[in-house]
Structures are given as structure tokens and as C-alpha cells.
Design a protein around this ligand. Sequence first.
Ligand SMILES: [Zn+2]
Length: 306
Amino acid sequence: LSLIFSLLLLFANAGFAKEPLRMAITVDDLPSHGDLPPKVTRLDIATKMLSVLKMHKVPEVYGFINAQRIDGDPDRVKVLEKWRAEGYPLGNHTYSHADLNKMTTDEFTAEISKNEDTLIKLNGKADWLYFRYPYLYEGNEIQKRDAIRKFLFDNHYQIAQVSADFEDWSWNNPYARCREKNDEKAISWLKKSYLRDAIDTLKQEMKVSKVVFKKQMSHILLLHIGAFDAEMLDQLLKKLEAMGVEFIPLSQALKDEVYQIDPHYVAAYGTEFEYQVLKSKHLTAKSLGIVPKWHYTQKKLDAICR
Ligand SMILES: [Zn+2]
């Protein structure tokens, strides 16, 4: 009996000692992102990502679409149909991947509305009222920012914020070039740096969450539908699982009360939600003793396999 009691205590302690690390996964820019390596199609990329997501039992992975990118191309239509056939929903990422910094409020809201026909047609009963800002640009002026938010809420959208972003997209074009050249050494560097940055960045984001929200927030990871993202997804999910990540639906992640905060943060660039809240408190990561550990080097990615 005492053994059972000690075991129970052990489990209870283990439960309290470690805060759960919950994460929703989202994929942007359906049906197409980045350059294609030789002999790879858009549908190959989607098929590969979907099979890995299913294998790891990741629930409710929203694919955020730009309907303009379908462009009458049957292979691209199939990407969206395949996403739905696997039971995953589609969300709104504007019709043409619109840049809010270069647009008026009216032009931008028209971009949101113009994407809806395709969403309604493809989503069936699934809830498509989730919005992901292109480039994570939420508005470079407060009036514009607030007007877009009002439009979204008036139209029953939820904002699909991002808490975990390691610039995954920036490996896709270098990978296509390196595959073209069959440069295995360069590709192995791409793989190593992608995983390293993903995990290092997440650890930073977890620290910021603890400081800003006094707890581990429900994370929302941003990925893109690119050839290298597809290539790396299985290894990435394994790394996350090894860190104790539990995959949850986006709808559940957004119920975390932290996402009810409006940071009133205005910037010409995009940034993760916890950093918006941090900056709205006039704090920086550096001021909290969090030293950004950026291995990510745009320069090297730009130069590789030219
Ligand atoms: Zn995008």
C-alpha cells in the first residue's frame, strides 16, 4: 500500500513540477509558398506535410489561404481540396497576401472579403472565420490597426495570433537552389540550422511568456507550405515532442486568456504576440535579461547555393 501511495505522490509531483507545453500548429500561404526543387509539385508538398501531421496526430491544423494563388492551376486547387479531405480547415490570409503597410483600411478589408468565396466553397461546415495577417503586419498606424480589428470582429473573425515564429519560410528558396545543384553539404547545413533555430527561438518565446504572462501560454506555431518545411516537418515535430509539447487545436489555443489581451501595439513590422504585449509594457527582451540567441543568418541563407 505504501508503495502505491509513494507512486501516487510521485505522479502528483511530476504533474505539478512541469507546466504543460501546449501548441497549435498553423500553416500559411496555401496553396503555394516559395520555389520548387526539381521534380517536386505543390501537391507533393501538401501531401507530405499532411501525412506527417496525421502521423503525429496534430489536431485541427489551419491552412491559411490566398485564393489568388490558385490562379486557375488545377494542381493548386488540389492542394486546398487535399487539405480539406484530410479533415483540416482553411482560414483567411487575404486574397493576394496583401501588405497592410501599403494599403488603406478599405483596400485591406476588401482583400479579406474577396478571399471568402473560396473559403465558403471549400470549408463546408468547418469554421473558416480565423484570420492570419500576412507578414503578421497588424497596422502601422493606430487608426488603421483598430479599424481592421473592428472589421474582423464585426464579421465574427478571430485573429489567429502567432507566438512561435522562427522565420521557417526563409529556408525554402535556398533549399530549392541546393537541390538543383545537388549540394548535399549545403543541404545538411540547412537542416541543422532550421532545427536549431526552431528550438532556440521557441525557448526564447517560452521565457518571454513566463515574464509577460506569468505562465506558459498556449503557443501557436507559424509554418509555411514550402518544400523545405515539408522536408523538415517530421524531424521538427519529433524535436517538439521530445521537449514535451502537446499538440492542440487552434480553436483551443485561442481560448487561452492571454489572447484576449489587446496589446494596442503599432509597428511597421510583424512580431509574435507575447513580444507585442512585452513591448506594449515598454519592456524589451534584453531589459529582462533575455539575450536573443539568434543563429539565424539571412546572409548565409541568401548566399548559399548561388
Ligand atoms: Zn503569409
